[in-house]
Design a binder for this molecule. Structure first.
Ligand code: F6R
Length: 595
């Protein structure tokens, strides 16, 4: 149960547990892990081999029947699964023709009937039956299978969806990520795609591929502390993670930036530095918040390093046969390192011989391993489903990358380079100052907590900030929010503005400051309410705005590192006041391992 709670951020539609004691005993129900906990109270939950699952529904609504584990027809096998079996419909009708009855609408149930069918017909070991079954499967999976006839054995396999095995003293743990494991052991094996693990009581871990090739398990020591994945006195993980940002951006810079000596160096991409310097084009691919960081990266790299940059949604890029050359560098950004679309975009880029670099937060994740090289953000575990500290850390890494290339290419003057480096060092302290505005932001939230629509506007570097602010608002508070380049407003969204509409404008000094003031006037002329993020001491916008939040002055290109923070807090407080589940918003999951 504790393990399930730790993994709950990945999906929370329904939950279930299976124990070998000595039959396969299964309890499952709709809703969160706490519902399951309630459900099993007073039941016999003893056993030393078991598995549990918390689901994010793909096939079939999140109800008790569709909850995992699923059981084979002869009730001797049970499975939990993360991923999607794409050819489930054809496998299902084949199995139905052979007399199998399906009780759920899931793709997962197909797998367990298939394994049973193979095992019965061929009289082979469980792991061999699983191997044969997986050779017939198209799609993505991380699975665990238990068998009542093999009570001391667990079979686990992965393709496309992550799976980690923890090796303790006389005990094993299998999970989608390391968070439920680190409490018990730091020794882990990250499984690779198309690998099957056989875990047996009192025996060493065995791994082979679905092509039947033996592999030697590679045991890694994880550096992850328990406190990093707990709330530490905060009401929500999201709030804790917002407050961690002075530390997390510092950790992203640590060992990579020395302002006094004028050095920026990202060790992870050392081998590919020449590729970056010679790149005719950089393509950054990502989803969601990471895509917003990519947009900031586009502005930074083009301004500083003078290399053309394109930013692509991974889900579009992977399916539209993009033009890619060998001298293109593709940068994939992902907090979780598991986003299915981003992984597929990476594979596509690699198949066209492009160099692919990663910017990931989760160490050992699939994307970190699929890319040629990369940089970890070192933001620390992010448990709240809404990305906060990951965004600022990703932007920090992109800033360092742009500066490093610019310095090597000679596209930046030495004095300017020093100026930006010195300013970067001040960012953590400036974030601390913004966090002191929490009470003021909470008051603004109170005024607008009941709105149904909102607009976020920004220009230049603040345009991606507007998009990110709007995403935070809609995903955790369910208030419709649109982010727009401020000047585009008059091409459509201005029609939405009336005296009920809050318009959040990022109107910091520098850049298109004057132009943004004109955009504010346009909103005011239509009676819209202005919440402005302004530079400390700015009286001009303060006079125009209904509310203003003052953030410390910085370089224009570094403003996203600061201006995003009050927007995170604003959406957080509105969500809390609307009684929304901040850390686990409806319909969402932290790692989107399905396309
Ligand atoms: C928004 C959010 C999502 C993720 C997106 C990509 O707050 O969390 O939009 O940014 O699902 O996830 P990663 O970065 O893990 O690839």
């Amino acid at each position: 149960m504790k393990g399930l709670h730790r993994l709950e951020y990945r999906g929370y539609d329904s939950a279930g547990i299976c124990l070998v004691n000595p039959e396969l005993t299964i309890y499952k129900c709709k809703g969160k892990v706490s519902e399951l906990e309630h459900f099993v109270k007073g039941q016999d939950v003893s056993g030393t081999v078991g598995m549990a699952h918390t689901r994010w529904a793909t096939h079939g609504e999140p109800n008790q029947i569709n909850a995992h584990p699923h059981i084979s027809q002869n009730k001797s096998l049970a499975i939990i699964h993360n991923g999607i079996i794409e050819n489930y419909a054809s496998l299902r009708s084949e199995l139905m023709n052979r007399g199998y009855k399906f009780v759920s609408e899931t793709d997962t149930e197909v797998l367990i009937h298939l394994v049973e069918d193979i095992q019965i017909n061929e009289d082979i070991e469980l792991e061999e039956a699983v191997r044969i079954a997986l050779n017939q499967v198209i799609g993505a999976y991380a699975i665990v299978i238990l068998s009542k006839d093999n009570p001391n054995k667990i079979i686990a396999a992965r393709k496309g969806s992550p799976l980690v095995i923890g090796i303790g003293k006389g005990e094993f743990f299998v999970a989608s990520d390391a968070t439920p494991i680190i409490e018990y052991t730091n020794n882990v094996v990250f499984m690779d795609d198309e690998e099957i693990a056989t875990i047996e009581r009192d025996k060493p871990l065995k791994i082979k591929t679905i092509k039947n090739k033996k592999k030697t398990p590679y045991i890694q020591k994880l550096e992850l502390s328990l406190s990093a994945i707990e709330k530490g006195g905060f009401d929500h993980f999201m709030l804790k993670e917002i407050y961690e940002q002075p530390r997390s951006v510092k950790d992203s810079m640590r060992g990579r930036l020395n302002a006094d000596m004028g050095i920026v160096h990202l060790g992870g991409i050392r081998e590919y530095e020449q590729k970056l310097l010679n790149a005719k084009r950089i393509i950054i691919t990502a989803c969601g918040t990471s895509w917003h960081a990519a947009l900031v990266g586009e502005y930074l790299i083009e301004e500083l390093a003078r290399i053309p940059v394109e930013v692509e949604y991974s889900s579009e890029f992977r399916y539209r046969n993009p033009v890619l050359y060998e001298d293109d560098v593709v940068i994939a950004i992902s907090q979780s390192g598991e986003t299915a679309d981003t992984l597929a975009a990476i594979e596509l880029a690699k198949s066209k011989a492009a160099t692919v670099l990663g910017i990931c937060n989760v160490v050992g994740s699939s994307i970190a391993r699929a890319t040629h090289a990369g940089v970890y953000t070192h933001a620390g575990p992010e448990i709240g489903v809404a990305s906060t500290k990951s965004f600022t850390s990703q932007v920090m890494i992109l800033t360092l990358m742009a500066l490093q290339i610019a310095q090597e290419k000679g596209t930046i003057a030495r004095s300017r380079f020093h100026q930006i480096l010195t300013e970067l060092n001040t960012i953590p302290k400036k974030i601390e100052r913004i966090l002191l505005l929490n009470d003021q932001i909470q008051e603004i939230a109170r005024i607008y907590k009941d709105v149904t629509n909102s607009l976020y506007l920004g220009r230049g570097y603040n345009f991606p900030v507007a998009l990110e602010g709007a995403l935070k608002m809609k995903e955790i508070s369910y208030v419709h929010a649109e982010g727009y380049p401020a000047a585009e407003m008059k091409h459509g969204p201005i029609a939405l503005i009336d005296d009920q509409m809050p318009v959040v404008v990022i109107a910091t000094k520098k850049g298109s400051y004057e132009k943004v003031i004109s955009n504010i006037q346009e909103v005011k002329a239509r009676k819209g309410k202005i919440i402005a993020i302004i530079t400390e001491g700015d009286v001009t916008v303060k006079k125009l705005a209904d509310h203003s939040i003052e953030i410390p002055e910085t370089e224009e290109m570094l403003v996203p590192l600061l201006a995003t923070i009050p927007l995170q807090l604003l959406s957080y407080h509105i969500a809390v006041m609307r009684n929304c589940n901040v850390d686990q918003p409806r319909n969402l999951a932290k790692s989107v391992t399905v396309e």
